[in-house]
Design a protein around this ligand. Structure first.
Ligand SMILES: C[S@@+](CC[C@H](N)C(=O)[O-])C[C@H]1O[C@@H](n2cnc3c(N)ncnc32)[C@H](O)[C@@H]1O
Length: 226
């Protein structure tokens, strides 16, 4: 898809919000849920309970999709026009904002474990004037089942949190029954660790997937339930 003047304006506006909040260097205390860094080798209990961290808005807003990756997500949504989108891992809200701007006739349901991080995301979402993003605060392990029941069907899922092999495979299977016939599921960080590489190798062979795009960082699955 050709990059239009309107797309460029949208990208610049989103990145301006990111730069403003980064420059403020707001102190944030958070619980870091999920796998942490690849060398952390956290066990299930540590991933569930999280690790307390003291950080700031500069470091936090540097996490997540940026530049060509954020734009790839944007164009996937713009081209395929999914109506109901699920995101695991809101962080500061920027990937939600990219998806929201790509299809204003959609609803983005996004889940984040840490309440202080979710609050920062909420402020960014307000600044970006996105009224089609619904935030949920809670651990995926605790609330995903209820969130899925509420959404009922999903045209597009972006899995960008808890980069652990077993957890990633589990979330895919948990989400699968709720996917519409030609849904798209995007995984971030498929080469981030040996575990994530193994998860991707397993997931991409699932019988519900017609075609995958392996971009080393993003793994895109085109579902065909027909
Ligand atoms: C890589 S960041 C998401 C970045 C965001 N999607 C973006 O591109 O702007 C992952 C987020 O997932 C959250 N997370 C990780 N494991 C989680 C879990 N088990 N339950 C809830 N949130 C979790 C973390 O708190 C973190 O904010």
């Amino acid at each position: 898809m050709q990059l239009s003047k309107e797309d460029l304006t949208i990208f610049n506006e989103i990145e301006k919000i990111r730069e403003e909040i980064k420059a403020q260097r707001l102190p944030i205390i958070l619980k870091d849920y999920g796998a942490g860094d690849p060398e952390d080798n956290r066990d299930e209990k540590q991933m569930y309970e999280g690790v307390e961290k003291s950080t700031n808005s500069f470091d936090l807003c540097s996490i997540g999709l940026k530049n060509e990756w954020a734009q790839k997500l944007y164009f996937l949504v713009k081209e395929n026009k999914p109506k109901r989108l699920l995101e695991l891992g809101t962080c500061c809200g920027f990937s939600s904002i990219y998806m929201s701007k790509a299809n204003k006739n959609s609803t983005i349901f996004t889940v984040e474990g840490d309440c202080n991080v979710a609050k920062l995301a909420s402020n960014n979402i307000k600044k970006a004037n996105c009224s089609n993003i619904k935030q949920y605060i809670g651990k995926f392990q605790d609330i995903l089942a209820d969130v899925l029941e509420e959404i009922a069907f999903i045209d597009f899922a972006f899995i960008d949190g808890h980069h652990d092999k077993d957890a990633t495979i589990k979330y895919f299977h948990q989400i699968k029954p709720f996917l519409t016939e030609n849904a798209i599921v995007v995984f971030d960080d498929i080469s981030w660790s040996e575990g994530m590489k193994e998860a991707w190798e397993i997931i991409k062979k699932d019988s519900s997937i017609e075609r995958v795009e392996d971009l080393q960082k993003l793994g895109i699955c085109y579902i065909n339930k027909g």
